[in-house]
Write a new protein. Sequence first.
Length: 284
Amino acid sequence: MTPELVEGVAWKSAAAGALALAFGGAPLGVLLIARRMSLIGDAMSHGILPGAAIAYLLAGPDPIALTLGALTAGFVVAGLSSLLAQTRRLPEDASFAVFYLSALALGVLILGRGARPEALHDMLFGAATALDAHALVLAAVAATATLLAVALFIRGFLAESADPVFMRASGLPGGLLHLILMVLVALNLVAGFRAFGALMTVGLMMIPAAASRFWARGYAGQAGAAALISALASGGGLLLAGRLGVEPGAVMTLCAAALFGVSALFGINRGLLQSLPGRAHLKG
């Protein structure tokens, strides 16, 4: 294939992966915000690094090995931090901080000793050409699993967000639901990290979720708005990145931030312009 065709295929693959992340990751971001766990996605994005680093040392830049390594590390961090949080010896955010900082330090140390600097850069910030057929399948699986889990367990997710003490007192499987949520977060982050980077993928998960709160009140409306905003940010970011000749992850995240600003100003659910004295008087 010609270089132009190769580049075109890469950007189409990136668009497909970004769309899958929008429908899988953004609704999870809404749940994390509802649970006051906005920074947990950032913690998980760092937590997958040592698994990818070990896989890189063992198998080089093999895409399947990198994905399996990152996925394993994500599940381990999610499981251990959830288990520690259930003991209630530490606040949930503190337990995540312990594991993700340790994982981040381990990943940087491993890559610093045995890998090229470009490998660390690609894992943190992504490379659009890294989305091959296997990565697209993983992105589709992550989005499908997320949508199915949300459809099946949304009542439990929301109940645990509102009153986790009541969930435990009622004997409901709050701990299991928490673990499922964390595994889904890890799955979506791994699905996006090779193309958009571990650090940028979480931005496409959380920023649209935050913006959606200015457009809707209930979970269904916020999840739909978040997915739409994430898809728009991804499409716009890919187009801009293609024109600028840079990797798309950071540009997509900045587009999401711009859409957050628009939402905060013009959103119909407590947007800043909605609360102006004149508008409030007219609404009254």
